[in-house]
Write a protein that binds this ligand. Structure first.
Ligand SMILES: [Zn+2]
Ligand SMILES: [Zn+2]
Ligand SMILES: [Zn+2]
Length: 161
């Protein structure tokens, strides 16, 4: 059970889950351009690797799989990951020190991850009410929130079955 491929864990629970990598990448590029930024080759490649990864991807795995794209040095990859996070196209899961692509960049959501301790899968919830509550409560504290990632540990439905 624990060794199943875990791609089904990533974004599998919402209609906005990336279904098709190329469509997702083209939509992402359009979103980035609307914001006046550029989807460079390295950013696009890193995003593709995140989409194709069966589980949250570590920076050094991304680096190893860049296939000579650009000057694939660690700072290049981290800069691309920073950009993707700022654009809302990816999230970092701190407790796993790993990254996932996000299919919800175009609309309000809260990056709430359900992380399975058994299989290591990470599933992102829409959690709209959590997002709204966070905005209200952080604003009430006089804090200007730029992004938040909530990490919930437990057992996923597949591992619990
Ligand atoms: Zn997200
Ligand atoms: Zn969504
Ligand atoms: Zn699991």
């Amino acid at each position: 059970m624990a060794s199943q491929p875990s791609s089904a864990h990533v974004h599998a629970n919402t209609p906005c889950s990336p279904q098709d990598v190329d469509t997702f990448l083209n939509d992402a590029e359009a979103l980035v351009m609307r914001r006046g930024a550029r989807m460079t080759r390295i950013r696009r490649k890193v995003l593709r690797l995140l989409l194709e990864s069966a589980e949250p991807a570590k920076a050094y795995d991304l680096l190893a799989n860049l296939d000579g794209e650009g000057s694939a040095k660690p700072p290049t990859v981290y800069r691309a990951l920073d950009f993707l996070q700022e654009s809302g196209l990816a999230h970092k899961i701190e407790s796993l020190n790993a990254y996932v692509a996000c299919g919800h960049a175009s609309h309000s959501h809260s990056a709430v991850f359900l992380i399975c301790d058994s299989c290591g899968g990470a599933e992102e919830l829409h959690a709209v009410s959590t997002s709204q509550a966070l905005k209200v409560e952080t604003a009430a504290a006089g804090f200007n929130m730029t992004r938040a990632v909530i990490e919930v540990r437990g057992t996923c439905r597949d591992c619990a079955a």
